[in-house]
Design a protein around this ligand. Structure first.
Ligand SMILES: [Zn+2]
Length: 522
């Protein structure tokens, strides 16, 4: 299907016109006429996301955080976002941004989280501000139906969940046709008075041309009179964040625990008296400290949001508003992953596949001094026990002679111990360390292609283990390239660790390497 049709599908779920006026949404890089077979959805536009899209044969990357936000003065390889724009173009990956339109939309990010928390009676926290225009046109009664139908068809008259909205009021128009005029009413040089209706309707700024053209085309006058006004409107049924009710009141601490459980967070930060009973809450995934005043004014008990600064918490405290802090990327990552299934459903008929890139961007790292401290600090038990849902990857690379004929081998083993796939290939003449890296990279790519999100890698190369865990510096230029590539791949897993094992424990991967080398030697 064409990229334009993918954009139309996104627009059906989260109309681009409801995005905040300052926001940049829609197609940011690409050609509307390009063919799309698969779409990758990610939180952020990064090199990793673009490369991942290209490798998985996705012709479009839909991101929540826009790639292009402001006018870009130059697109060059060594500036942001030029570097990403060029990479997207060279790899044939279109970039679509769906940001505040997905935040606000029905079934959007805030709705997804509220629903998952089993909240009820959802209404917007901050009504949507619309970047609208209003057409005020003057029409004879006989033209009214045709003109109204035409401007509605051009996109005017939609307010929230209502379509075909307009207003008319009768009045009297005056005019005198000039010598070159061909009036449909009256005569040249004679002053006319005629009964007309004033017709008004709003529409998104982008439709100015379409709506005024439709008005003129459907009107019977040679020179219809109309005005276009910018309006600062808001829509009550759409907006950022949601206010909602808990099914049953509970303590702030209990609710904070439910929020933590939803996002799989081992600990959560909140502000307010933990014993306080809460019933009505506001939810704003991402960054929502700017709506603390609105939430307090709406009289909600607690606001669930992220990116909260110390002084924000202080202000909320003074306003009697409790806060539950869910990191920006955790709330939005969760919600975008679920929104992806809506888009996948929307595009299923056209056989366009849509997948979400589990892309934990490790902007923040965590250092836990001991499990005990963590538990006393948060009062929440650690929920970690990941070993049993990990896929295992065994990789090995070897060369006969250093450098010499080399080969790579590896196997992917499912969490229940079943061998899923093996690879065994020669890679020409190189060194042992290069072969080890190439084996690792091939194994990681295989795991990503098989949609593995939690992985434990086994390697018997001490160099690789130490370089990837940061204990050895990478000095060799050639190794640096492999190291960067492997690191970028490792970042695409939701959870990953590298286990340095003894050669005997990696016997199967070693066998695959030797098989490839033996076959080549024959
Ligand atoms: Zn965000």
């Amino acid at each position: 299907m064409k990229l334009a049709a993918v954009l139309a599908a996104v627009d059906r779920l989260a109309p681009f016109e409801i995005a905040e006026p300052w926001d940049s949404v829609g197609l940011q890089v690409g050609d509307r006429d390009a063919e799309v077979r698969a779409v990758l959805v990610a939180l952020d536009p990064t090199m990793v996301a673009l490369d991942h899209a290209a490798r998985r044969d996705c012709q479009a990357l839909l991101v929540h955080h826009p790639l292009v936000r402001e006018p870009v003065a130059a697109v060059t390889a060594h500036s942001y976002p030029g570097d990403l724009i060029l990479r997207a173009a060279s790899r044939g990956v279109a970039v679509i941004a769906a940001h505040t339109n997905v935040d606000k939309a029905h079934g959007g990010l805030a709705d997804i989280i509220c629903t998952a928390l089993r909240l009820e009676g959802l209404t917007p926290l901050a009504p949507a501000r619309m970047d609208w225009y209003k057409l005020v046109g003057f029409v004879p009664e006989s033209d009214l139906d045709a003109v109204r139908t035409a401007i509605f068809a051009a996109g005017a008259g939609t307010i929230g969940d209502y379509i075909h909205c307009s207003f008319t009021i009768p009045g009297e128009g005056t005019f005198e046709p000039g010598v070159r005029a061909h009036p449909s009413i009256g005569e040249v040089g004679v002053q006319q008075r005629t009964g007309e209706l004033r017709l008004e309707a709003v529409f998104p700024r982008a439709l100015r041309r379409a709506v005024s053209d439709a008005f003129v085309a459907a009107h019977s006058y040679e020179e219809p009179a109309f005005d276009l006004y910018p309006v600062d409107d808001e829509v009550r049924t759409l907006g950022l964040g949601r206010i909602a009710y808990l099914g049953a009141p509970c303590s702030l601490e209990q609710f904070a625990g439910e929020v933590a459980a939803l996002f799989g967070m081992p600990a959560i930060r909140y502000e307010g008296d933990g014993e306080r009973m809460i019933e009505r809450v506001a939810v704003l995934p991402g960054s929502g400290a700017s709506l603390i005043d609105e939430a307090a004014a709406a009289g909600v008990d607690a606001l669930v949001t992220g990116d909260i600064k110390y002084h924000d918490a202080d202000r909320a405290d003074r306003l009697g508003l409790a806060l539950i802090d869910v990191p920006h990327e955790i709330a939005e990552g969760y919600a975008m992953r679920h929104w992806t299934t809506q888009l996948a459903e929307e595009l299923r008929r056209d056989r366009v596949t849509v997948t979400f890139l589990e892309q934990p961007r490790r902007l923040w790292r965590r250092l836990a001094l001991s499990t005990e401290t963590e538990e006393t600090m948060t009062g929440l038990a650690q929920r970690h026990n990941h070993a049993d849902d990990r896929t295992l990857l065994y990789v090995d690379g070897g060369s006969r002679g250093n450098p010499g004929p080399s080969a790579i081998g590896g196997r992917l083993v499912s969490p229940d111990g079943e061998v899923q796939e093996e690879f065994s290939d020669t890679i020409g003449t190189t060194t042992n360390n290069v072969a080890e890296y190439q084996a690792l990279i091939a194994g990681l790519e295989l795991a990503l292609d098989r949609n593995v999100s939690k992985l434990t890698v086994h390697s018997d190369s001490e160099l690789i283990c130490r370089q990837l865990t940061g204990r050895y510096k990478v000095k060799d230029e050639r190794m640096k390239g492999y190291h960067t590539q492997a690191t970028a791949l490792l970042q695409q897993f939701q959870e990953v660790d590298i286990k340095c094992v003894r050669r005997e424990e990696n016997a199967e991967a070693d066998r695959l390497v030797n098989e490839a080398l033996d076959a080549a030697a024959r």
